[in-house]
Design a protein around this ligand. Structure first.
Ligand code: CU
Length: 316
């Protein structure tokens, strides 16, 4: 009776869990997401090669050597079995080798910083996480939006991502990888939608009281024409986004409505990153800051002992 009830509960749990898959990482709508789905499934199955026999054998041994069976052979001096040693060492080692090869290959193939191969030219979208909303700047179209991301289906998108404050994580589960947004830094992500649709966009990193409302629709339009029409709509309806307006927008708000900006200040994304870097000079990405050393040591020269120690490579 207990077993029957337990199996009912388990079945319900499985059905509910699988029902949660639609719209999630196991229901991918883009090339990156599809590859990651198979990675999750293959790795889970490989690991179950160990987990399932362990569960089965645990139950089997508990039953086989139960106290009421007094005719089992009692061997307290038993210490070694070559067969068991071979099994418990060789199987996990083989699985780890296979997992290692798969991980090595897939981390290179699915590197979020790598543009998608064979998909043509990428469209650029600059993403800024604010408390508690997402700002999307379209440098090629000269527009910006809050909490609405639109791009054509079958068009690869290169996201450049930063944050105004707290660390967040830019994540459209059905399209694939998530990547962190951090103040004063630029991270990159390349995604594509293989079919038109509206996908849920979230932050995968908790960032405070307004976090639950920090969601956006990622809309893949059926054609480039539909995307152009949407850009026109933003240009008709939107306001201006200069630095003063950005500062007002950056103030914390909860459940921020979708907002359009028809005209965006040049290099706004770069300016947002650089306001956290101003003491270290302008930054050339993927190399050292051009004048960070001079800038840093202007202040340090006053304290000569500190400056001396620093030049010897000592840490502060
Ligand atoms: Cu220093």
């Amino acid at each position: 009776m207990l077993i029957r009830n337990l199996s009912k509960i388990a079945l319900t749990a499985i059905v509910l869990t699988l029902a949660g898959c639609s719209g999630g990482v196991l229901d991918p709508k883009g090339q990156v997401g599809v590859e990651e789905k198979w990675l999750i499934i293959i790795c889970t199955l490989l690991m179950l090669i160990v987990v399932i026999p362990v569960i089965v054998l645990t139950l089997y041994f508990a039953w086989k050597y139960r106290a009421s069976r007094d005719f089992e052979v009692y061997t307290p001096k038993w210490a070694h079995s070559t067969k068991i040693e071979a099994a418990v060492w060789s199987i996990p080692v083989l699985i780890i080798i296979v997992l290692g090869v798969i991980t090595w290959k897939s981390t290179h193939a699915l590197d979020p910083y790598k543009p998608l191969e064979g998909k043509g030219e990428h469209m650029t979208v600059e993403v800024v996480s604010l408390n508690w909303k997402w700002l999307f700047i379209y440098p090629e179209q000269g527009i910006a939006t809050v909490n609405e991301l639109v791009f054509p289906a079958d068009k690869p998108v290169a996201f450049k991502i930063t944050s105004e404050g707290t660390m967040n994580s830019f994540f459209i589960p059905q399209l694939g990888s998530q990547i962190y947004s951090m103040a004063g830094m630029e991270t990159k992500l390349h995604l594509i939608a293989d079919e038109p649709g509206t996908f849920m966009g979230i932050s995968a990193n908790y960032s405070g009281s307004g976090f639950t409302g920090m969601e956006f629709d990622a809309i893949a339009t059926p054609t480039e024409g539909d995307f152009d029409a949407w850009v026109e709509k933003v240009k008709q309806q939107g306001g201006e986004l200069d630095m003063a307006q950005y500062n007002a927008l950056a103030k914390p708000t909860e459940n921020h409505p979708v907002t359009y900006f028809a005209d965006v200040e040049d290099n706004l994304f770069h300016t947002i990153i650089m306001r956290f870097m101003k003491d270290h000079g302008d930054m050339s990405f993927y190399s050292k800051p051009k004048n960070a050393v001079q800038g840093h040591h202007e202040g340090a020269k006053k304290a000569s002992s500190h400056s001396g120690a620093h030049e010897n490579g000592a840490k502060e």
